[in-house]
Design a protein. Structure first.
Length: 752
């Protein structure tokens, strides 16, 4: 990097700082800035275009173009050279602007006489706030130094815009960042509604003084922070729980590589030498990374750029002297906004949160599972939310439909509050049913159980009115830790779960890892189709050590009480035989060692692959019970990935195909008097629950929040009549019984 570049930018920045220090209103301040830049870069024109809204840029100040065009000339994103710069977040330079493809003639500006054009995006952390342009009459090529200087100035303008330096009365109100209402439709992660204020998981660093007159000092600060950053990464690598290989370790190696990348550090140093504060210099690099990230189609490369982005965030935090845990003071009505969050971190926040909004994340992610366990409304895939939201912003989260209103208009907030009130009324109606049985109007009683996975779930058991826990997902305890839990700890935990259930039955499912559930401390197998790969009981049988340890912990945790255990993802009868054999051996050993063993033991299997529905007759006699894992069964039955938003909701369990299949399973279980239940998400939906009950299922297990609505629907329905509606629709050749059933439920006043 030539030295002259640094010197040029520094003089410009020093003058800019003086200008910014002068008292002036937004418009006047911006006018002075364009004058100063035109002067400093010997340009006849300097103009600033700012983003008016998502799609429009507005000329907000100019030196050289006609003054009457200010606040009049507007361009759509992608339109003209300026619009193109904003859209691509890339500088553009040409010696003959009018002949450059995409040039848009704007007569009101009088710019046709200027031939050369250089424009750069004004961006902060990858978000384009506007465009800064210089123009000259004579055709000329702008040097790399000039582009660099303009970029550096644009960084400062971006920081100042963030601080509200250009806000003024009248047209300059558009410079007010993050004040407009913002609406985003994401995906439902956990139902529920909440009104509160934004709590950013990663609060942004606000830089009050973006320009420095002491680059040496800024360099020292940068080097200090980089040293600490490198030490942090080394510490993480040395942490023994990450022993072995695995994806986490790969990420850390990438971190280390970036943290030691001389090019990265040198570019940040050069920006400091140009007169930028260390934080802004890091942000400048980060903006470039984010622009590249949004453009690269290669998922691997995008991931790596993501890592670099994370690393920049860490560096910014270190520069600001903030540890990641600070700023997490959870205020009373906090709704957490994050790009993504790990299950452990979410548990740290715990029930103090009123809601969670994630920019990424997925419905099946562990964070989503934790949010469900804590009954916190969650919306995932809320695009741009982390960029739009500021700490403390008012926010409305509608987890029922997956929408988020940031800084809402009062009318929107009013309508939302009405919805909240209606929900509260419904909750009261459910609460009144807690001790009542789920008996239909024609006298059929169903067993409603709840699904759980964390100790945090158990308090819901008496409150929701479930008869017990039909599915306890034991892997969650493994997922939220950084190392394999110890047997004694597990046994103690299982003991506490028994205690908390107060005699109500709990069915523990043994570890279901693999596929979407990846343990951070276990070597990850790279599989082309993890959902069809090495997971659940397959892992348990191939690596029996953990399964044995878990069975032992369950036996000890029971402390003599009846124990119900089921194995996940059983595909063939032989797998169940082997798992049961392993269980028997552990039990025999426990007995030989003199440990108390459960007074009664039931060992079941989850029916999650179509294959098991066609198992040999003897299988139905060997299992003590069967539980249909509808989430997995559905994905294999319809060949539709449960994690893939494009196909996830495409197929319906109320389709005649699936109901035919369900009939087959119900009939086989009945022929052997094998107890059968359904524990996938669909069991918790009132319409589905009625249809399943009509198919002959007598036990349904669902999340706690679904017990009330399902019980209310079942208690209001005449099951015999529902059965007739369903069979009529099937006989009439309906692809799905849903339309007929829903219409009938509505007509007969069954809440659903
Ligand atoms: C299922 O597959 O339906 C199930 C209950 O298990 P999980 O969702 O944990 O895979
Ligand atoms: Mg499953």
């Amino acid at each position: 990097m030539p030295f002259s570049k640094a010197v040029d930018s520094r003089i410009l920045l020093t003058r800019l700082r003086e200008t910014l220090a002068e008292a002036a209103e937004g418009q006047e301040r911006l006018n002075r800035i364009v004058r100063l830049i035109a002067d400093g870069l010997v340009a006849e024109v300097c103009s600033v275009y700012l983003r008016r809204d998502e799609d429009t840029l507005e000329l907000c100040a100019t030196e050289g173009l006609k003054a009457e065009a200010v606040h009049l000339t507007r361009l759509r994103l992608g339109q003209g050279l300026v619009g193109r710069i904003a859209e691509t977040a890339t500088p553009l330079s040409t010696r003959d602007a009018p002949k450059t493809p995409g040039f848009r003639f704007m007569p009101e500006t009088g710019e046709e006489i200027y031939s050369s054009f250089l424009g750069v995006p004004i961006q902060r952390l990858g978000e384009v706030l506007g465009v800064l342009v210089i123009q000259n009459r004579t055709p000329r090529d702008y040097t790399e130094d000039e582009t660099y200087a303009l970029e550096v100035v644009a960084m400062v303008i971006a920081e100042m815009a963030e601080l509200g330096a250009f806000i003024g009365p009248g047209p300059m109100e558009i410079a007010e960042q993050h004040k407009r209402p913002f609406f985003v439709r994401g995906i439902v992660g956990q139902e529920g509604v909440a009104e509160g204020r934004v709590l950013l998981h990663e609060p942004q660093v606000v830089v009050s003084q973006p320009i420095t007159d002491d680059p040496a000092h800024e360099r020292t600060r940068l080097h200090g922070a980089i040293e600490r950053l490198r030490a942090e990464v080394d510490e993480m690598l040395a942490a023994d729980y990450l022993g072995g290989k695995g994806e986490h370790r790969d990420v850390l190696y990438t971190y280390r590589m970036f943290a030691h990348d001389k090019g990265w550090v040198r570019r940040i140093e050069a920006s400091i030498d140009s007169g930028l504060a260390a934080e802004v210099a890091v942000e400048k690099e980060q903006s470039a990374t984010r622009t590249r990230m949004s453009r690269t189609p290669d998922p691997y490369l995008r991931e790596r750029l993501h890592d670099l982005d994370d690393l920049s965030n860490r560096l910014l935090r270190l520069l600001a002297g903030r540890t990641p845990d600070q700023g997490r003071d959870v205020f009373e009505d906090a709704i957490l906004v994050a790009r993504n969050i790990g299950p452990g971190e979410l548990l740290d926040y715990g029930r103090r949160l009123k809601g969670v909004v994630l920019e990424e994340g997925s419905v099946g992610s562990h964070a989503a599972i934790v949010a469900r366990a804590l009954a916190i409304p969650l919306v995932v895939h809320a695009e741009r939310i982390t960029r739009e939201a500021k700490n403390g912003d008012p926010i409305l989260l509608d987890g029922d439909v997956g929408t988020v209103h940031l800084r809402p208009e009062e009318t929107v907030a009013q309508a939302f509050r009405e919805k909240v009130d209606m929900r509260a009324e419904a909750q009261q109606a459910y609460a009144a049913l807690v001790d009542k049985p789920a008996t239909t109007r024609d006298g059929v009683t169903l067993g409603l159980m709840m699904n759980a996975g964390l100790m945090a779930d158990l308090p819901s058991l008496p409150k929701c009115g479930a008869l017990g826990v039909g599915l306890f997902r034991t892997e969650l305890q493994f997922l939220i830790r950084t190392s394999v839990p110890k047997r004694t700890d597990l046994a103690a935990l299982y003991g506490r779960i028994f205690d908390a259930a107060k005699g109500k039955p709990v069915t523990f499912r043994t570890l279901d890892i693999g596929s979407d559930k990846v343990l951070p401390y276990m070597k990850r197998e790279d599989e082309p189709n993890p959902a069809l790969g090495w997971r659940a009981i397959r892992v348990g049988l191939d690596r029996p050590g953990i399964l044995r340890m878990q069975v032992q912990a369950l036996l000890r945790g029971a402390q003599g009480r009846p124990l119900s255990v089921m194995f996940p993802f059983v595909t063939e009868a032989e797998e169940f035989d082997r798992a049961r054999e392993l269980f028997a051996k552990v039990l025999a050993r426990e007995t030989a060692m003199g440990h108390t063993t459960p007074e009664r033991i039931e060992i079941g299997a989850m029916l999650e692959t179509p294959s098991l529905a066609f198992a040999p007759e003897r299988f139905f006699d060997t299992v003590d019970f069967l539980s249909i894992g509808g989430n997995d069964l559905k994905q294999f039955f319809f060949a539709a990935d449960r994690e893939n938003e494009r196909v996830r909701r495409r197929y319906d369990v109320l389709s005649t195909c699936f109901l035919n299949f369900l009939d087959h399973i119900v009939a086989r279980a009945a022929a052997h008097a094998t107890p059968l239940s359904f524990c996938g998400e669909d069991a918790g939906r009132p319409v589905e629950a009625v249809a399943f009950a009509a198919s002959g299922l007598t036990t349904l297990s669902m999340r706690a929040a679904s017990i009330g609505p399902v019980k209310l629907a079942l208690r209001s329905v005449d099951l015999g009549a529902a059965r007739t509606v369903i069979s009529d629709a099937r006989r009439a050749g309906a692809g799905s019984v849903r339309p007929a059933l829903e219409a009938w439920l509505a007509a007969t006043g069954v809440p659903h």
